[in-house]
Ligand binder design. Structure first.
Ligand SMILES: Nc1nc2c(ncn2[C@@H]2O[C@H](COP(=O)(O)OP(=O)(O)OP(=O)(O)O)[C@@H](O)[C@H]2O)c(=O)[nH]1
Ligand SMILES: Nc1nc2c(ncn2[C@@H]2O[C@H](COP(=O)(O)OP(=O)(O)OP(=O)(O)O)[C@@H](O)[C@H]2O)c(=O)[nH]1
Ligand SMILES: [Mg+2]
Ligand SMILES: [Mg+2]
Ligand SMILES: [Zn+2]
Ligand SMILES: [Zn+2]
Lengths: 211, 211
């Protein structure tokens, strides 16, 4: 498809821009409401004393998520996609003009809540991080395989709710490994803080690998 | 866009097919994991003694949801969309060839889990029913407004989890009404059964209106 090859060319430009400046870029993807923004706010508050960061937000409408990010003191650019259901490399390229990213910064991109189309659009990121909420069911990796195959890391979020759910963590992990044997998995809760250390450690390792 | 006008023409054909046979068709839409299939299974079990029904299932991959439907004894046709993120009128038209729908039957279409693109594709249904899970946050109607504007009814699902969440029901309802002042709203739980009577009653009224 012509759209994807055009997008890939722009993603390559973005990736070169990031590599020259040793900027780690993570593309957060999930269903709507899995907890991407809640997790980002928690992550930014934990890292902001020692790391320069910025966030690019993608949503059909509203500035809500960017406002939540800005409340932490970290700059955020909001992209509204209108009828569009995913961010693409061109949108991200334009957003880069609106944010100062010094050498060695950390950039998070929160994609539109959608487990389908964002899997196909490279933005120039180092890795896709898929957030799966335990409230969504164990079968999502099997039913939406492209996204779990495209992700390097799966964050199993909202684990604080496990006592109230009929959710089989092992089965969800097995399903993710079935579609992507290499996927890394961290269980956490963006509200209770469980597993946040492991996630922050993973980010740190990812930063070391591009330093 | 050419795609949508072609789709609308086929949707009109589907709608004529349904109207001639007085078949009520409901198109269930939501984020992945909001509880569409769980709700459908519960609904089919409640109605199957007195109503002829069928289900058309839409998913990127797997036959999982159709199998869950078939376990109730109600026939289901599974459409796998591959890279596609929504059902369209052509897919539904072909699926109709695989299912016997007598006069006065009730047909549910469970769309692909996605709050964006399915809003734009008319399948020939009488109404879109959007399922919003209380685990997804109150802001979804504002952030994904096209879907809530396109829906006649919003089912606020998983209300059994409210005691464990920080979810403001009034705010979610206000947000839905802000983007669609005419939307009807039913609070329910597909697992505990709360609100199911109201939902079954709503279906009954919808059937009467086309009888
Ligand atoms: N119990 C619990 N709730 C959570 C957790 N993380 C997020 N939430 C709640 O889940 C809802 C959605 O969270 P968001 O952070 O807005 O989700 P999102 O993925 O950014 O949503 P979109 O940007 O619309 O796709 C909110 O009500 C949050 O309070 C968690 O770890 N545990
Ligand atoms: N607590 C609670 N859990 C529910 C309820 N309805 C569904 N679930 C759970 O939510 C998860 C997803 O349910 P599904 O019915 O598969 O959701 P779906 O909308 O059909 O998912 P997709 O077809 O993949 O989009 C499962 O773990 C269900 O058990 C409910 O009312 N309350
Ligand atoms: Mg968000
Ligand atoms: Mg389902
Ligand atoms: Zn899409
Ligand atoms: Zn789409």
């Amino acid at each position: 498809r012509d759209i994807l090859s055009k997008n890939d060319a722009l993603a390559t430009d973005n990736r070169r821009f990031f590599a020259e400046r040793k900027i780690l870029v993570l593309n957060l993807v999930s269903s709507p409401g899995s907890g991407k923004t809640t997790l980002l706010v928690c992550t930014l508050n934990a890292l902001k004393a020692k790391q320069t960061m910025a966030v690019i937000e993608g949503d059909q409408q509203t500035d809500n998520d960017a406002e939540r990010i800005r409340a932490t003191g970290v700059p955020a650019v909001q992209i509204n996609t209108g009828k569009g259901c995913h961010l693409d490399a061109s949108m991200v390229g334009h957003a880069l003009e609106q944010v100062a990213l010094p050498q060695g910064a950390l950039l998070f991109i929160e994609n539109v809540g959608n487990l389908v189309c964002p899997a196909a659009f490279d933005l120039g990121e180092a890795a896709k991080v898929v957030v799966l909420s335990v409230t969504e069911g164990e079968d999502k990796p099997l039913k939406y395989p492209d996204m779990f195959r495209a992700a390097r890391l799966m964050l199993l979020n909202k684990c604080d709710l496990l006592p109230y759910l009929n959710f089989d963590v092992e089965q969800a992990i097995n399903n993710a490994r079935r579609v992507n044997p290499d996927i890394e998995i961290i269980q956490l809760s963006a509200t209770s803080g469980t597993g946040m250390d492991e996630w922050l450690n993973w980010i740190d390792n990812a930063e070391q690998s591009i330093a």
